[in-house]
Design a protein around this ligand. Sequence first.
Ligand code: NAD
Length: 359
Amino acid sequence: MRSFVHTQPSTRVVFGTGTFDRLADEVRRVGARALVVSTPGRHQLADEAGRGLGVLLAGLFTEAMMHVPIENARAAREAAARVDADCAVAIGGGSAIGVAKAIALERTLPIVAVPTTYSGSEMTPIYGLTEGGVKRSGRDVRVRPGTVLYDPALTVSLPPRVSGSSGMNAIAHAVEALYAADATPISSLLAAEAIHALARSLPVVVKAPANLDGRADALYGAWLAGSALAIASMSLHHKLCHALAGAFNLPHAELHAVVLPHATAFNAEAAPEAMRTIADALHVPEAAQGLYDLAVAIGAPLSLEEIGMPEDGLDFAAQLTVRNPYDNPRPIDQDGVRALLDDAYYGRRPAAAAALRAR
Ligand code: NAD
């Protein structure tokens, strides 16, 4: 076994159908004046949470936006200050959790997260803020939610296409955690089991969105994938998605779903052990092709074209991606990234590893 450094993050996880009813008990453990944060789309759930919190509710902020524009972060911080919140309850996907993190970054208050997508942000100390069209992200232990309440019943309303994309976003955390330079035996275990759980549950939940066993399994996978993301650093796939999302305002989960098979193919030869683990977890012979086939099976988007990427932006996207050097199993070169983007733009099925080698 090679040497490693592992820091074990600690989060209280309350998991199970019906656990949403225990929100007030969980909030009482960390605070007495909660600001409930959600996106406009989840405001009814935020209202319901507020009613359940009773005297523990200090206020609601239901205007959370994706990628946390700095003005949105400021508005949320002002709301927290106005009601003198001593904790934040984030209800929803990565966007609501991201805004609660922006509050915690400045106000240092505990977060109770109630995730309703598979983004995994609830498990990580990673935050993002967008200013002047550029998204900056960082790691800070103050933003990691101390309590996470996973109730699969809250995810049955996720439409099949969103479930599929969000699930592929979760798998992307696990894939990159497997070949990260700072992967540890624990992050690799989490990542492999995450892919296994998501690959078996996503086809179930897109076919039968109200299947609670499938929803619980998918949420379990998302939890593990987020836990791996909290430990291991991300590489080309995440950098590429970050650059594309910022420059072309593309939807987060859908973008991850499209790019993942191609970023995996790019790294196939340089990370053979990770590829074997991914393929085994998917029960297929080939990691990149297996991820593409899973995306097809669950109705996730396959091409950058269909999610709004302009074709004449591909050269610029490749330039952006190679601009800052970062760890990746295979060295990053502009021609290689441009070819990857071309495959992703047209949604081509990745070639088998042997064919990639011959390119
Ligand atoms: P999201 O939170 O924006 O949710 C997408 C849409 O789905 C929203 O309109 C939301 O209201 C709706 N929605 C959420 N849950 C629903 C449900 N159960 N039923 C029906 N509709 C529902 O999207 P996301 O993909 O979860 O999160 C994306 C954001 O999270 C991005 O800003 C991304 O950068 C961030 N993120 C951060 C991390 C991290 O570790 N910091 C990890 C992953 C994602």
